[in-house]
Design a protein. Structure first.
Length: 143
């Protein structure tokens, strides 16, 4: 089994109570094992941003978040990289498959595994990304 040294956490779909508790628990468990932890902001969209889409998670950054509603990482139900909204020059929106860009960026950032927290749609996306080569661990979204 390969050694995991750096993981990314992502929350997808709608907000739900308990997301921050899962983020905190995963972060603290990983840090106890000397694994670096990063959060992907706004579902998979954070991997498509050149700046601000990835945040380093530390004991300090997850302290006191369990009682907060929603997710500190942000989420969207329009973040499917296999059908991603892309604005055209004229302001209209087209949907494109940007999944390979997500996989490439994930690997470029040196992540060893993705922790995906979400519902049916988000976990289905995570499964497709797994089929494209990203090691994935899923947590069904708390409801």
């Amino acid at each position: 089994m390969p050694t995991i040294k750096k993981i990314a956490i992502n929350t997808g779909g709608g907000d739900a109570p308990g997301l921050n508790a899962v983020i905190r628990a995963v972060t603290l468990a990983a840090l106890q094992r000397d694994i670096e932890v990063y959060g992907i902001r706004h579902s998979y969209g954070g991997l498509l941003q050149s700046e601000g889409g990835i945040v380093h998670l530390t004991r300090e950054s997850v302290r006191g978040i369990t009682h907060l509603g929603g997710t500190i990482l942000g989420t969207t139900n329009r973040g499917n990289p296999f059908n991603y909204p892309v604005e055209r020059a004229d302001g209209s929106v087209d949907f494109k498959d940007v999944s390979q860009r997500v996989v490439d960026r994930f690997k470029q950032l040196g992540f060893d595994a993705l922790i995906a927290i979400g519902g049916d749609g988000s976990l289905g996306i995570a499964n497709k990304l797994h089929e494209m080569g990203i090691p994935v661990i899923v947590f069904p979204r708390p409801s």
